[in-house]
Design a protein around this ligand. Structure first.
Ligand SMILES: [Mn+2]
Length: 505
């Protein structure tokens, strides 16, 4: 500890401060003492105080810094040099007069006091203490151990599951990992990760999709990470001896595929198909989160490329933890973060802004209208769908915009993208209300999408064209916002699900 004073070798690492904080642990059980000693010794100057002299002698012989004394007397703590800066941990196993111990510590000047509840009913005892000792922090052994223990057990369950499908795929000639149409970062990253779990390369395990990637940021992801996605047709499906699906389930392909070998997805489970193995976790923010757990469970090395793809996927599927993310997504994120290349992710995200998108921003600016904090614009015929949600996201950033409702026509389909700030009414409800009878409509509270034949829209609302379309949508939004929000939960972020058709809304 004196090292810091010596000239020439005077350096201190932040992890090992020169003057470690003093910790006095007031305990009765040998197991607890030995455990705390091991845990605290690396960062605290730790001393134990016990009541029993034989116990103190035994621990002392084992090299533990321990003294014996009457735990209910203030001068015991004065002798132990307790100060307001001393961290005092008091074991509560339900047997001793805890309140007298705490009073004695308080009288000796101890302020940083923690009660460590051991054994049954520790939680209730902590509750009872709170009124008399509001400054004392209570921890229970169950709380401290529970998290890591359950994580460990669920990892074993995952390991068993993963090993089963690894074996099942091991003798396959050619494997297809099928992604949804116009694959998004989560689909791409999950495909890459699954190929790693299967310990395969791109020659025997193909990432494929029925419709290719179109969004510029996703194309840049494929480029920067050198990922190939093969076009798949109904016929070419037969060339594969095993088929797996990630971030999507068979129903999505409309009857084309009714049997798969493996499905890994975070969308709500759909009926009507057979899968030899499946891992569907609708409470997860991304499929990449599930695959992070698979990779960790079987100790597969995660390359920088895979980690980068997965980190980007979690970030984009959860809108950087803005929707439908939970503890496991954060865990996966922090696990992948040191393995990934953050500069590459910035570069992929940079692809969002380009000249052709700016053209559509300008078009929306020129023809759109802001009324009662609702911005609406009709972009006319668009070469690709992604311009529409992009413009919707863009205008939501403006100070006075609470809702943005952007429409456009792609291949004779009218597409409506809706965004709001998330605390008013439900965007998914809005599109379902007016458009579910015309095509597909659905989404989350803050983002939703409807797709319908332009003809169907015109048959329902009149032969509107140009700016009349956006005015109609503005009127429908205003009508919807005037209604009371019957049955809509104020904050249902944690349980929002993406219905069919609302993907990449
Ligand atoms: Mn996803």
């Amino acid at each position: 500890m004196g090292v810091c004073g010596y000239a020439g070798r005077a350096f201190c690492l932040p992890a090992a401060p020169c003057n470690p904080m003093k910790c006095l642990a007031v305990c009765q059980d040998e197991l607890v003492i030995r455990m705390l000693d091991e845990v605290l010794l690396s960062s605290f100057d730790v001393e134990f105080l016990v009541e029993s002299r034989p116990l103190a002698r035994r621990l002392h012989d084992a090299g533990i810094n321990v003294t014996a004394g009457d735990l209910r007397r203030t001068d015991t703590y004065l002798k132990a040099d307790v100060s307001p800066g001393t961290c005092v941990v008091v074991e509560d196993n339900g047997r001793r007069s805890l309140k007298r111990v705490l009073s004695a510590i308080r009288d000796a000047g101890g302020t940083l006091v923690y009660v460590l509840g051991v054994g049954t009913a520790a939680g209730q005892r902590a509750e009872a203490l709170r009124t008399q000792f509001p400054d004392v922090s209570c921890l229970t052994m169950a709380e401290l151990l529970g998290g890591p223990l359950l994580t460990e057990f669920s990892r074993s369950l995952t390991r068993a599951r993963v090993q089963q499908y690894q074996r099942y795929f091991s003798d396959a000639d050619r494997i297809l990992i099928l992604l949804h149409n116009d694959p998004d970062p989560d689909a791409i990253a999950s495909g890459l990760a699954l190929r790693n779990v299967l310990r395969r390369t791109k020659t025997t395990t193909i990432l494929g999709a029925m419709q290719a990637v179109t969004r510029p940021e996703n194309l840049r992801m494929l480029n920067l990470l050198d990922i190939q996605i093969e076009p798949i047709t109904a016929e070419s499906l037969r060339d594969f001896s095993r088929v797996a699906m990630v971030d999507v389930q068979p129903h999505y392909f409309g009857g084309l595929i009714d049997r798969v070998d493996l499905v890994i997805d975070h969308h709500p489970e759909q009926p009507g198909y057979n899968a030899v193995f499946k891992d569907i976790r609708p409470d997860y923010g991304s499929t990449s989160t599930i695959l992070t757990e698979h990779l960790r469970a079987v100790d597969v090395n995660i390359s920088e490329r895979t980690a980068t793809a997965m980190l980007y996927a979690i970030k984009s599927d959860t809108l950087f933890f803005n929707r439908q993310a939970n503890r496991v997504d954060l865990d996966a994120f922090s696990y992948l973060y040191p393995l990934a290349n953050a500069a590459l992710i910035r570069k992929m995200e940079g692809a969002e802004i380009n000249l052709e998108r700016l053209e559509f921003i300008r078009k929306a600016y020129d023809t759109g209208r802001l009324d009662h904090q609702v911005f609406s614009s009709f972009l006319g015929v668009c070469p690709r769908e992604d311009f529409i949600p992009y413009v919707a996201d863009f205008f939501l950033q403006l100070e006075n915009v609470q809702w943005s409702v952007i429409s456009g026509v792609v291949d004779d389909q009218l597409i409506v993208s809706v965004r709001n700030l998330g605390y008013s009414r439900h965007a998914g409800e809005f599109v379902r209300r007016f458009f579910a009878d015309l095509g597909s409509a659905g989404g989350h509270r803050s983002m939703a999408k409807a797709v319908m034949p332009l003809e169907a829209f015109q048959a329902k609302f009149g032969r509107l064209r140009g700016v009349e379309v956006s005015e109609k949508l503005q009127e429908l939004t205003a009508q919807f916002l005037r209604e009371p929000a019957a049955g809509e939960k104020k904050k249902d972020k944690e349980k929002e699900k993406e219905p069919t058709g609302a993907r990449s809304s």
